[in-house]
Design a protein around this ligand. Structure first.
Ligand code: PEP
Ligand code: MN
Length: 360
């Protein structure tokens, strides 16, 4: 489902086809495993950035921690044999130096490293004076500033080709996912840096092959620039992330199922209709804001009255009734409970703030 692009798109520095495909095993385990996996992928894909972890950040010692520098030779062989670009994760300046020596095309900074500004700065210092594309995975926790901070440290080191990888977050509730995609946060990063390519690490979000197609399609619908999918010639024998890897045949089947999406359409009727609907949305948004302002004014007046009568601001019984009432009304209008709860809590928090301010 690759799209050939000829326009001057600022995010096209990894090739002229999108989405960028970052395929390959979680870890390089042996020369044979790496080469056989690459061969399987090459049967169906040409423009691939072949990934394999060489140094694996593991939570506890004693588990497989990667094969180390010898794996770099196997990646080099993949590049020579199949013409793929190659990439691996770097967590220290030493890793980076070894990658530069091995002529790695791209490196990425992992989620456990992005959380630590000292480690990111160490890598940034080692990047001074060199040019290599660097992708920054989101930190494990949903902290946008940590992610932005890591990107900015790499940019400050003079790296021009910086990308990001959305691999999901560890939240209290991850739903069916290994890491909660929390798409909102990825969208916020996109709005801040629209020209930085964003890859979706579908495997680390999904944690299981069953969810890969759904997550990959969602990433495409959100206009992400590429997909990272862990691929292993024998997933069941993998030394890391065995439960989420797919073999090259299944990878091909999943990618074949995806529907490509365009940024724009040439269909005139669609465009006119879209414009008309958006005008209506703008009007509704204006009305919503006006109504919210009125609501806040009313809350403020109540705050003044409560103060004069020595009554507490928080009236939990009233809040519970308001919430129940609006949830009932909202759901009967077709709005989801999750959305309503989020919105109503935000509104109530702001009302409390307004009433507290009116005490000062
Ligand atoms: C990986 O890509 O194999 C990996 C360790 O990912 P993350 O840093 O997202 O956990
Ligand atoms: Mn992995």
């Amino acid at each position: 489902m690759v799209q050939e692009l000829s326009t001057a798109d600022e995010t096209l520095w990894l090739g002229n086809k999108k989405p960028y495909y970052f395929f390959g095993p979680c870890s390089a385990e042996s020369r044979e495993q790496v080469m056989e996996t690459a061969k399987g992928i090459a049967a169906n894909f040409d423009q691939v950035i072949f990934r394999a972890g060489i140094w694996k950040p593991r939570t506890r010692p004693g588990t497989f921690e990667g094969v180390g520098v010898k794996g770099l030779d196997w990646l080099k062989e993949v590049k020579e044999t199949f013409g793929f670009k190659i990439t691996t994760e770097v967590a220290t300046a030493k890793h980076l130096e070894a990658c530069l020596k091995a002529e790695m095309d791209v490196v990425w900074i992992g989620a456990r490293t992005t959380v630590n500004p000292f480690s990111v700065q160490e890598i940034a210092d080692a990047l001074e004076g060199v040019q290599i594309p660097v992708f920054v995975k989101n930190p494990i926790y949903p902290d946008l500033s940590l992610w932005l901070g890591a990107i900015e440290r790499i940019q400050k080191a003079g790296i021009k080709q910086v990308g990001v990888i959305h691999r999901g977050f560890q939240l209290q509730d991850n739903g069916p996912y290994r890491n909660n995609p929390f798409w909102d946060l990825a969208i916020r990063l996109r709005s801040k840096y629209p020209n930085i390519p964003m890859i979706c690490d579908v495997s680390h979000i999904s944690g299981t092959p069953d969810l890969l197609e759904h997550v990959a399609q969602k990433a495409i619908d959100l206009d992400m620039d590429g997909l990272m999918i862990e691929t292993h010639v024998f997933p069941e024998k993998a030394l890391s992330d065995s439960q989420q890897q797919v073999n090259p045949e299944l990878l091909n089947q999943i990618v074949a199922q995806l529907t490509p999406k365009n940024k724009v359409s040439t269909n005139a009727a669609f465009k006119t209709n879209l414009e008309r609907l958006r005008e209506q949305i703008d009007l509704v948004d204006d009305e919503l804001l006006e109504k919210l302002a009125v609501r806040m004014q009313l809350a403020k007046q109540i705050g003044i009255d409560k103060k004069q009568n020595n009554v507490t601001i928080l009236q939990i019984e009233r809040w519970k009734r308001t919430l129940e009432r609006s949830l009932k009304n909202g759901t009967s209008l077709g709005l989801s409970t999750k959305f309503l709860e989020g919105m109503l809590h935000l509104i109530h928090d702001e009302s409390i703030r307004k009433q507290t301010d009116s005490l000062e």
